[in-house]
Design a protein around this ligand. Structure first.
Ligand code: F6P
Length: 317
């Protein structure tokens, strides 16, 4: 069996660990693996490379992806199916192992199904926003990166009281990541794109927390509407200085956590087994605490919004 590995969309911690694990399984099972450079855009252009096992092992805990990714929607182009088929035929590729987030998986799997291209997908994004799975590879590492930042903020906040700290996380237009971080870090408020809030309510809540505890911590998602206004209005309405930090892409490039490295290995093993058994199309998903191979495309609807009861608990609602 010969598999081409394709990383599409945003990279995530754990991808390198999963590629390394798959390459090892393949080698031990007498199979071959190639990597596509630059996602599907690279694959359609014939950009395939051998995997350097030693380098992979050395980088397996690092964030990012040893195989460069792409966000180009090349599979929607006319003739994309024919081009893919001819690249696969020319390189004797039997099937694909695809890494992708919500956008990639919703869009790509139905096309691959239509073209009859054997493929298993691994849901990978720090955002944890893919419908059909409770977990996406990389989310735990991105949470841990943020928790380390929270510890730093708490140290300085406690040493020099009288300030409100706002910590912006990635997460795109979904708040799963920010909520997970806020809940685990015991933040005083969390702001998510899915749930609106009132500036006076927030200013009042933060003022009371600062009076009681010396400082307040707000975790917010990068795409909460009106962040500029928030940063201007909260000091005005609360009378307290606001200090703002954004984790940015350093969060996405975090080292893979123990959990993500373990999930990466297990996802790869399930994918390899399924491809070996001749599965036509599927994705690995975590449901009810169990990783398993889910046959067919992923659900096309969006995932249910972030847990409102946790959101309400963080915000004291
Ligand atoms: O992959 C998800 C994500 O990291 C989001 O959290 C973020 O909004 C987005 O990708 C950033 O994308 P880009 O790297 O293209 O700026």
């Amino acid at each position: 069996m010969k598999t081409a590995i394709v990383v599409n969309g945003g990279d995530a911690p754990g991808i390198n660990a999963a590629i390394a694990a798959y390459a090892r399984l393949a080698q031990e099972g007498g199979d071959q693996v190639l990597g596509a450079q630059d996602g599907f855009a690279g694959l359609l252009a014939g950009g395939l490379t051998e995997l350097d096992r030693a380098l992979l092992t050395r980088l397996s805990g690092k964030g990012g992806s040893i195989l460069r990714s792409s966000r180009e929607p090349v599979l929607s182009e006319p003739e994309a199916g024919d081009r893919l088929r001819s690249v696969m035929r020319a390189n004797a590729i039997d099937n694909l192992l695809v890494f992708g987030g919500d956008g990639s998986l919703k869009h790509l799997l139905p096309l691959l199904k239509r073209w009859g291209t054997p493929c298993v997908a691994l849901p990978t994004t720090i955002d944890n926003d893919v419908a059909g799975t409770d977990y996406t590879l990389g989310h735990d590492s991105a949470c841990n990166f943020a928790l380390a930042a929270v510890e730093g903020i708490r140290a300085t906040a406690g040493a020099l009281p009288g300030r409100i700290f706002m910590l912006e996380t990635l997460g795109g237009h979904t708040g799963y990541l920010a909520l997970a971080i806020a809940y685990a870090s015991g933040a005083d408020a969390v702001l998510l794109p899915e749930y609106g809030f009132d500036l006076d309510w927030l200013a009042g809540r933060l003022r009371r927390v600062v009076e009681d505890a010396g400082y307040a911590l707000v975790v917010l998602c990068e795409f909460v509407p009106g962040i500029d206004q928030l940063v201007e209005e909260i000091p005005r309405r609360s009378g307290i200085r606001v200090r703002y930090s954004a984790l940015g892409h350093a969060q996405r490039g975090a080292e893979a956590s123990h959990y993500d490295r373990r999930v990466a290995r297990e996802m790869s093993r399930l994918a390899w087994r399924a491809l070996k058994d001749g599965l036509r199309l599927g994705a690995v998903a975590l449901r009810d605490g169990q990783l398993s191979l889910r046959q067919g495309v992923m659900p096309l609807e969006d995932k249910a919004p972030p847990d409102y009861s946790r959101y309400a608990r963080v915000n004291g609602l």
